[in-house]
Design a protein. Structure first.
Length: 248
């Protein structure tokens, strides 16, 4: 793996909550053009690790690198502006706004103009163009005028991806994007992720193992805060330790 291809990495990351070790010396790398899945039982430390990578939690030790730069001390907004986008387990849309307005708000976070506080946001060509582009990429351009709160669950999850894309990220941290989806919605989301990985590095936390083994180029397995395997899907599936600890 060429260092130039690694867009996001963590080195020997650990985090403690009092006497509890939530993340124990975890290292991983996420390449452009790939989906890297992070799996494990509930309480394995996956969400804590994702929050550390996003800048929402400061690790007890170790470092985080974004685009080859040490960003361990950077805040979440600074990492987002540098190219890190994320979605959450729970929907984080604005239900009373239209689909397009949700994306435009996300785009404005990257193209802030505090010196023009009196101007109408609708007149910002940069954020408007970014919002339209994100909706097209996420397959939601036909729903731009729909109220976000009236979307199907699957379309809401797509909207969250679109809102990430509106900030023009190079790395996507996606926390259980398939949760609660039906079969058709899962297929639509997997198709979208397959398209997005060509230009992005994607770190995916997911419990749907069928989907993980279909979409992931590499899988890291966490148990009790530590990594027990990190390899291509076939090798992870064949691991006796992974089968005993997680896959069953």
């Amino acid at each position: 793996m060429s260092p130039a291809e690694v867009l996001l990495a963590c080195r020997e990351i650990s985090h403690r909550w009092g006497g509890l070790v939530a993340v124990d010396r975890v290292s991983l790398e996420v390449q452009r053009g790939s989906v890297h899945a992070l799996i494990g039982t509930n309480g394995a430390g996956k969400s804590t690790l994702i929050n550390i990578l996003a800048g929402e939690i400061v690790p007890s030790s170790g470092c985080v690198e974004l685009l080859g730069q040490d960003v361990t001390a950077w805040s979440q907004p600074r990492r987002a502006i540098a190219g890190l986008g994320r979605s959450y387990q729970r929907s984080t849309i604005y239900p009373s706004f239209t689909v397009f307005e949700n994306c435009r708000l996300a785009a404005q976070a990257r193209t802030q103009r505090p010196w023009q506080w009196w101007s109408n946001a609708r007149h910002c060509e940069t954020s408007t163009a970014a919002a339209h582009a994100a909706l097209r990429r996420a397959g939601l351009d036909a729903l731009g005028d729909s109220r976000a709160g009236l979307l199907s669950h699957g379309h809401m999850r797509q909207l969250e991806i679109a809102m990430c894309l509106a900030t023009q990220p190079v790395v996507l941290l996606l926390d259980e994007p398939l949760a609660g989806m039906g079969a058709q919605e899962v297929e639509r989301m997997l198709g979208l992720l397959g398209e997005l990985k060509a230009e992005h590095a994607i770190l995916l936390v997911e419990h749907d193992m069928d989907a993980v083994f279909r979409i992931a180029d590499r899988i890291t397995v966490m148990v009790n805060g530590a990594v027990i395997a990190s390899n291509v899907p076939a090798a992870v599936r064949a691991s006796a330790e992974v089968q005993a600890a997680y896959l069953g």
